[in-house]
Design a protein around this ligand. Structure first.
Ligand SMILES: [Zn+2]
Length: 87
């Protein structure tokens, strides 16, 4: 995280389940959709929240995706997997 970002940090109070809202200006800038995915990492005493790109877990394709167990798989890869486990 840059020094500039730390200085302009946005203070938010979490709710009873420790949920916070990502400020609209950040969501808009990063094109995070409503009910879209983000990915979080703990780094020492910091929490890094990144936009989670919805891409096929196998080939990286961004269209024709099916959501499965919080991951995305494209229809082509699903078809290939079905073929592989046919027997
Ligand atoms: Zn794929």
């Amino acid at each position: 995280m840059s020094v500039k970002m730390k200085k302009s940090g946005i203070v938010r109070k979490s709710d009873e389940l420790c949920r916070i809202v990502i400020p609209k200006e950040i969501r808009d800038k990063l094109e995070i959709k409503d009910k879209g995915y983000v990915i979080m990492f703990q780094q020492g005493k910091e929490i890094i929240v990144k936009k989670y790109d919805e891409t096929c877990a196998f080939c990286g394709k961004k269209t024709g995706l099916i959501e499965f167990k919080d991951r995305f798989v494209c229809k082509k890869c699903v078809k290939e997997l079905k073929e592989k486990f046919k027997n």
